[in-house]
Design a protein around this ligand. Structure first.
Ligand code: GLN
Length: 471
């Protein structure tokens, strides 16, 4: 089914177009996320979030500290709502692509909506006095809708480049995942630096232009490199191919969908912990970590690049390692379980950071704890996230591919939402308790998945027997 544009590094050239498009989109997405809470806290005055707004008596003892806690909690709450809905809409966007628009049109629409969203956030406050919060929410709504049309559909197209059973699929998702992370590094560095060092609004505007680049790239090159992939909605393709397109799912297909849903469910716990990165770990970096090097203070958002840098270094190593293991390669549920264990280890590192600062308001934690935490979180991510995307495209019945991809992201949205709630808990109970709690939860989830893994593989009905010759 693939286009005839030839190969590059052993993969269809279309993969690298999808890589580039997704890179610019993620530059925009993560750039904005990296500065978003910092922006809300810094501009609180313009939004009218002062002590009176939170019902704090300015003359009371400890008013400033109570105000900061309330403000951070408010900012994390908004991040949480955004991060939740941004991954709810992929269900809708996936459905639209499967049934009406096809993936190609969906990602163009989605990209343009997200661009408008960034521009709305980027409106300089001096132009919109009194309307700051209106423009904030309009921006978020456009980003939320746009991501729904974009994110699941670009991911399913990666899978569409390969025939069923093509062994290169997992590797393709690993390469694609590197594009995602190259984009987020760019975003944190460019948007983060402009945002924190010059003006947050300019940061959002630059994020909007990044999104525009992704759309232009897609418009210019997709006909050449993607052929007809994603042009027709899959429901229509099926109608053309067989009269049985409205047939109910077979029991095998139902089992496979069940596996997607169960595994997705577990990812809630993963993202709940992992997504502390933009929230509580970002604030921990900014306010509780020593970021002064040779008299120069590093922008906290730069630490957000640690995770994507590790992804780019480790992704090829992980991919090679899985291949090398041959028949001993763990199945997807076991990889997911390993992801959970790594997540837990990352939070043990955060517990160490919390122990180092103890009750003190002035002692700052060493940055190494955060770096180690991000290292473990990245190892976990690589056991779970690209594997999950590939799994969805392997297991989903064709007419539901984009929809199920949307579901996959929906669960990560639930994780993102709970992440904000955990982040607020970090503010209330202190980092020590909250981070140990997450660590314990991650280990328990990992154990459950490990125990369930054989059953889950049975329900895949052979979709994962990649080494039958060795059995
Ligand atoms: N970092 C990945 C991405 O942006 C995973 C996101 C997710 O599934 N929540 O695509």
């Amino acid at each position: 089914v693939g286009p005839n544009a030839g190969n590059m590094f052993g993969h269809p050239k279309g993969l690298f177009l999808l890589f580039g498009t997704e890179m610019w989109e993620r530059m925009s997405y993560y750039g904005m996320r990296g500065i978003f809470v910092l922006y809300l806290v810094a501009m609180a005055g313009n939004f009218g979030w002062d002590m009176a707004y939170f019902g704090i008596d300015a003359a009371a003892e400890g008013a400033e500290k109570a105000f900061q806690t309330a403000l951070q909690s408010k900012a994390l709450g908004i991040l949480g709502i955004y991060a939740f809905f941004v991954y709810v809409t992929p269900v809708l966007g996936g459905w639209m692509a499967d049934n009406v628009w096809g993936q190609r049109k969906s990602i163009i629409v989605g990209g343009l909506l997200m661009m408008v969203g960034q521009f709305s956030l980027g409106m300089p406050h001096s132009f919109i006095p009194g309307m700051e919060e209106t423009f904030l929410w309009i921006g978020l709504i456009f980003l939320i809708l746009g991501n729904g049309f974009f994110k699941p559909n670009i991911s399913t197209m990666v899978g569409d480049l390969y025939e069923e059973g093509d062994k290169r699929r997992d590797a393709a998702f690993t390469i694609f995942y590197m594009g995602i992370n190259l984009g987020s590094i760019l975003g944190y560095l460019v948007v983060g630096t402009i945002g924190e060092k010059i003006n947050y609004q300019y940061g959002f505007l630059v994020a909007g232009f990044g999104m525009l680049l992704g759309v232009l790239l897609q418009l210019a090159l997709s006909n050449k490199y993607l052929g007809n992939i994603g042009v027709e909605p899959s429901a229509k393709q099926l109608k053309g191919e067989s009269a049985a397109s409205n047939a109910p799912l077979t029991s095998e297909e139902r089992d496979r969908v069940k596996v997607i849903l169960i595994m997705s469910f577990f990812t809630i716990i993963f993202w709940l912990g992992f997504e502390q990165a933009a929230g509580s770990m970002n604030l921990f970096a900014k306010y509780r970590t020593d970021l002064v090097f040779f008299g120069w203070e590093m922008p906290a958002s730069w630490l957000q690049t640690v995770n994507p840098i590790f992804v780019i270094i480790l992704a090829p190593i992980f991919a090679a390692m899985w291949l090398k293991m041959g028949a001993a390669e763990p199945n997807s549920p076991k990889k997911f379980a390993m992801g959970m264990f790594f997540l837990g280890l990352g939070f043990i590192s955060m517990v160490m950071a919390a122990l180092q600062i103890g009750d003190s308001e002035t002692v700052k934690a060493h940055v190494i704890w955060l770096v180690l935490a991000y290292l473990f979180h990245t190892m976990g991510e690589l056991c779970l996230s690209p594997i999950g995307l590939s799994m969805v495209t392997k297991l989903a019945p064709l007419k539901y591919t984009s929809l199920l991809m949307g579901m996959w992201f929906f669960f990560s949205g639930v994780g993102n939402y709970l992440a904000a709630w955990v982040g607020q808990m970090v503010g209330e109970t202190g980092p020590l308790q909250a981070f140990s709690g997450v660590a314990i939860m991650a280990f328990l989830a990992g154990i459950c998945l490990w125990l369930l893994s054989d059953r889950l593989v049975d329900w895949m009905h052979g979709a994962e027997d990649s080494h039958p010759q060795n059995m």
